[in-house]
Ligand binder design. Structure first.
Ligand code: NAD
Length: 485
């Protein structure tokens, strides 16, 4: 297949980067397959994009809420009409399996519809005043929102940012990951085809330079970022204290397995959480903390299930795990496997690059399981963001809790047990924003607050929950109104 020529959207026109520089994106299952060439934008492109959106945003802010909702609703329908094609493009660009990609292409339109509803639920409050008048609060759009996104959910995550930003009446400068530029382009195309005034949104392709320029521009009132903790901290510093930042970042998510657990169920929960999306989920399971009486049996069953996973091109039926998304991901995963071995953990399966069976041109690795991980090992503390799982042994529940909590991150955690009392104690004491009982650490509902604790998130605005999520995209004034006499 020949690659497409992607463009930036600035001021309502599809344009190359001012410098004409481009980057190329290849299919991670077959690096001979060019997905496309996209603009490598610089700060000058971002400057032009912010100028255009700053003007466009004023008109969109005056657009009635039901009309804003209609645009989001219609864009959702257009994405649904193209779902089969979009799913295949997502597999080709990012490397998900068909089943994983179709979850995302199903979820994304639902996100847009959810936010369409929220557009019509913006409200304020009123208070009696001492002079017989009234005080009321008024919520208005913040103006220009910068959305900086990762590649692992290239439709779903942007729809959770652009959806509420537009629903609230803001303009958006969208800087997607350079790993998944095509999906970003498809989302913006659907919004335009649904009737979004073209100057309301800008799409600026590129990497860290473009992202930093979005974060640094003082005309961008609010920056919503999802990505690594390191990049998130850099974005936060650029945004500074007087503008808004919402950062959703990395994780090192544990699953605790108690001695009373159904071990077959626990093993399946762990394998799904660890190796779904090739281990490239922020909420993916990367540490298992098993109580001593079940440690050996659980580890053996997890190894068995892991070895049964079929790794290959996500387009092929029957494949359980696709490639890693990019060369830098492959290098990082292989590095951490080496580090794990050097640190003395026992590699029980996987961890090597797979090139046989038609996989020579792809970025495939065998999912890796380590036993005997030490709590201070880098592999137990640093986010790999790939299919590498490590087991730690705990003597009792208290030790398991302490090991689970021994991380700077606080995104997701899980426990597998039949004991409701200890499950609830874990939920109360586990320092993570998301706690799962008897289910994988991955997966979450659209209408529920989402966000981490510790180094996984900013604590000011939760993503995703209806009313609280919208507050990030709205600023509030209190108006004091006196009667004339
Ligand atoms: P990344 O941090 O490399 O990139 C994320 C985005 O930020 C990209 O658009 C990138 O171009 C941009 N960027 C990178 N450096 C920047 C800088 N200095 N200034 C401004 N922008 C910059 O992350 P990634 O590799 O795309 O995604 C993987 C990471 O994302 C993992 O750490 C994962 O845990 C995290 N993630 C978190 C969540 C969550 O909800 N908490 C969800 C998905 C992914």
């Amino acid at each position: 297949m020949t690659g497409m020529r992607g463009l930036n959207l600035i001021g309502g026109r599809w344009v190359p980067a001012l410098s004409e520089a481009v980057f190329r994106r290849h299919n991670p299952a077959d690096e001979d397959d060019l997905v496309g060439e996209f603009p490598e934008s610089s700060a000058a492109d971002v400057e032009a994009a912010v100028s255009a959106v700053a003007e466009g945003a004023a008109e969109w802010a005056r657009t009635p809420a039901d009309r804003r909702a209609e645009v989001l609703w219609k864009a959702a329908g257009l994405l649904e009409e193209r779902r089969a094609e979009l799913t295949a493009e997502l597999v080709r660009e990012e490397g998900k399996t068909l089943a994983e990609a179709s979850v995302e292409t199903t979820r994304t339109p639902l996100n847009l519809r959810f936010h369409a509803g929220e557009a019509q639920r913006i409200s304020g409050s009123s208070y009696p005043a001492d002079d017989g008048g009234l005080v009321y609060t008024w919520r208005e759009p913040v103006g220009v929102v910068g959305a900086i996104t990762p590649w692992n959910f290239p439709l779903n995550i942007p729809s959770r940012k652009i959806g509420p930003a537009l629903a609230a009446g803001n303009g958006v400068v969208f800087k997607p990951s350079p790993v998944t530029p095509l999906m970003a382009q498809r989302l913006v195309e659907a919004l335009l085809a649904a009737g979004l005034p073209p100057r309301t949104i800008a799409l600026v392709h590129g990497g860290a330079e473009a992202g930093a320029a979005v974060a640094a521009d003082p005309r961008v009132a609010a920056v919503t970022f999802t990505g690594s903790t390191a990049a998130g901290r850099a974005v936060h510093a650029l945004v500074g204290p007087s503008r808004r930042a919402q950062l959703e970042m990395g994780g090192k998510n544990p699953v605790v397995v108690l001695e009373d657990a159904d071990l077959e169920r626990a093993a399946r929960i762990i394998v799904k959480g660890a190796f779904g999306l090739s281990g490239q989920a922020c909420t993916g399971t990367s540490r298992v903390i098993a109580l001593a009486p079940v440690y050996d049996r659980l580890l053996a069953r997890v190894v068995e299930l892991t070895e049964a996973l079929s790794v290959g091109d996500g387009m092929r039926r029957g494949v359980d795990m696709g490639p890693l998304a990019a060369g830098f991901q492959l290098r990082k995963v292989l590095d951490y496997v080496r580090i794990g071995r050097e640190e003395g953990a026992e590699l029980l399966t996987g961890g090597e690059r797979l090139t046989g069976g038609g996989r020579r041109r792809g970025l495939f690795v065998a999912p890796a399981v380590f036993g005997g991980l030490r709590p201070q090992a880098r592999l137990a503390r640093e986010e790999v963001f790939g299919p590498v799982l490590g087991f730690l042994r705990a003597g009792d529940f208290e030790e398991a809790l302490a090991l689970a909590a021994d991380t700077e991150y606080g995104l997701a955690s899980g426990i597998v047990t039949r004991d409701l009392g200890r499950a609830l104690a874990f939920a109360r004491r586990s320092p993570s924003g998301l706690v799962k009982v008897n289910q994988p650490t991955t997966g979450m509902a659209m209408n529920v607050p989402f966000g981490g604790l510790g180094e996984s998130s900013t604590q000011t605005f939760k993503e995703q929950a209806g009313p609280t999520m919208m507050l990030f995209y709205l600023q509030e004034k209190s108006v004091y109104l006196s009667p004339l006499d």
